[in-house]
Design a protein around this ligand. Structure first.
Ligand SMILES: O=C(O)CCC(=O)C(=O)O
Length: 284
């Protein structure tokens, strides 16, 4: 019995070691495709393509334990979130009032590596295309106004976005990710990933990827989210720094210009007109 347990332990450690090595090799761009990409997904994962929108929701993309790990890791290093402005600098903006923490690019955190692997598999990209992971916290009233993740005046930018919610908020607690031009709302649901490509087939910025993080409602309500952005080239292979782009400050949510009639973004949130990404079906 003891021998069996020891063997299992050695096997587990060996697998962990290989996985971590594997990840580093990926980071160096030596390997292109993971040999067993699905091995990194938790049980019960379920994919919903939201028809015609280009947005995909993946439930159970991360586990509760992983979510807790990311929140704890980010917690000690959290700072006011920034936006990219002209000159390539990251600056604070009234358009983004949350707090964020960046994880180091070559992090040896196995939980982090696993999540990056998963997201890379979704897009069919090597993990070396991933930027450093960002983890963001929104407290009551904090938001990120409508913005794009990709801008074609920028040589190579965030072509692919994968958001992973680490907390569960009810409809009344708001905090959704709002694609105004698609009339689509993703409610923060623990473990759910929302993935989309920021370019159209011609490689231009896709106008429908305009999105905002709506403010949570309620004194003790917190929304936590992981952002994983992938570029169109390896991030670690000594690429020239991309040409800086003008700042993406986002449009004022207060104008209501991008929100359909009847949808409010502050006070009592009401999404009567929005398509809310549904729960997966039983057989999914
Ligand atoms: O937190 C969200 O729901 C969206 C975050 C976002 O749009 C971003 O960080 O670019």
């Amino acid at each position: 019995m003891r021998v069996k347990k020891t063997c299992e332990l050695i096997w587990r450690k060996l697998r962990q070691w290989v996985q971590q090595r594997h990840y580093r090799l990926f980071k160096l761009g030596w390997y292109k495709v993971p040999r067993q990409p699905l091995a990194n997904f938790p049980n019960g994962m379920s994919i919903t393509h939201i028809a015609n929108t280009g947005v995909t929701a993946i439930d159970n993309f991360c586990t509760l334990e992983e979510a807790e790990h990311f929140i704890a890791t980010a917690g000690s290093n959290i700072k006011p979130s920034a936006v990219l402005v002209d000159g390539g600098k990251l600056l604070q903006s009234e358009g983004r009032t949350s707090q964020s923490s960046f994880m180091p690019l070559g992090s040896s955190d196995a939980t982090l590596q696993n999540l990056v692997f998963r997201a890379a598999s979704v897009f069919g990209l090597p993990v070396s295309y991933c930027e450093r992971m960002s983890i963001t916290r929104y407290r009551e009233g904090e938001y990120y106004k409508a913005h794009f993740d990709y801008d074609e005046t920028f040589e190579a930018d965030r072509m692919y976005t994968c958001l992973i919610y680490l907390s569960e908020l009810t409809d009344a607690q708001g905090g959704g990710t709002w694609f105004a031009r698609l009339n689509l709302l993703a409610r923060p649901k623990l473990g759910r990933a929302i993935c989309w490509v920021n370019t159209d087939p011609d490689g231009r910025r896709h106008p429908e990827t305009h999105h905002a993080a709506l403010p949570p409602v309620g004194e003790d309500v917190e929304k936590w989210v992981v952002q994983l952005w992938f570029r169109g080239y390896p991030k670690t292979r000594g690429m020239p720094r991309p040409v800086p782009r003008p700042g993406i400050q986002g449009e004022a949510l207060a104008t209501n210009a991008v929100l359909p009639d009847g949808v409010k973004h502050s006070g009592e949130l009401s999404y009567d007109n929005a398509y809310i990404i549904p729960e997966p079906t039983e057989e999914a």
